[in-house]
Write a protein that binds this ligand. Sequence first.
Ligand SMILES: Cc1ncc(COP(=O)(O)O)c(C=O)c1O
Length: 411
Amino acid sequence: MGQGILSRIAAAVGTPTFVYDLAAIRRQFQGLDSALGAVPHRICYSVKANSNLAVLHFLRTLGASADIVSGGELARVLRAGFAPGDVVFSGVGKTLQEIESAIGAGVGLINLESGAELDLVADTAARLGRVASVGMRINPDVTTKTHPYTQTGGKGMKFGIPLDEVSEVACRAADRKSVVLRSVGMHVGSQITDPSPYREGARKLEAVVEQLRAAGINSLQSVDVGGGLGISYNDDPGPRPEDFAAAVQGLAKTTGLRLLTEPGRFLVGNAGTLLARVLYRKRSGGRDIVVVDAGMNDLLRPSLYGAHHDIRVLEPGAPADDSAAVDVVGPLCESGDFLGLDRRLPGAGVGALLEIRGAGAYAFSMSSQYNSRPRAAEVVVEGGRYAVARTRETIEDLFRGEASEPAWSTT
Ligand SMILES: Cc1ncc(COP(=O)(O)O)c(C=O)c1O
């Protein structure tokens, strides 16, 4: 996004503000869609990456389906106009209420994470007089070279049905009249930059499909290879969707099943930027510290994962000694509240406008009101125009549902 429009947005909407470039989302979606063009496929956007309604609506108009993990995300995708049949419900801890809502709405696929969840879904569907389409998320025992917190496919992790239980759960599903087993899938991790875990997981899924067919289960329609495709958070080229496609397409070809994928970050990560202003500069212990008005409550990734986000000066501030590298920190009362350490940022004096790049995924959607800070505004940009897609929270929003004098229960 050009400096001009970002400056205009900062002046009109204030900071901190997230800005999403819809054209960039379209490019990523179309790039992945055409890379997978050789096989029947569906791109189920993983809503958790960025669940802003305008972003969801835009992805729907591009032809995306949706991957959700909660009743709240179900409500969001329905509000954004997704057909319930285009929704895949993943997640390791679905509540009874969420399962009822999903079956009631008629979601396309409920991805089961355990035998116990199969029982709950089948009993609930029977009670509601419905037949639920279900998938099995397997734990393929595939590890990725990513941050430990974003690995999800290894043995012993909370995700997926262990490989040695898959047959038993599938046979039990086949015995229940209120569910039909439509898919087997995996999700091995996030920010994956090397296609080999996909290749390894695809081989295991292929073996599972063969095993289920040998057991007489012929209801499968799709294989779900999950999300996780990474992006570049600096100027290096990021992973290519063609390499991802090459790793997983064979699975659709050999099984004859439709390929589902659940990308989040890949579609929206680099379409977003966070605008922030420099509040103060100080020097301590030989380090130059730049205090900005955005912090870990807005963008948690640096604090949580030690993640790198490129930072650029869009408008210089008051003259400052630019000779040394600086630490860009937020205003929260945590030493872990930083956005970038040891950065060369000439011009980052008081009042400077900064952009923290790569802030389209797992940014606003992970934000909080910690330190009683209202959450930032969100803006979408297309063709030189911008629109506020979510207004900045107000101080009044901080009190929603709270009472200073509790109404004590007498039961
Ligand atoms: C089941 C599932 N699918 C898809 C995703 C999306 O991952 P990413 O944004 O890395 O593509 C996640 C992320 O945690 C997930 O848990």
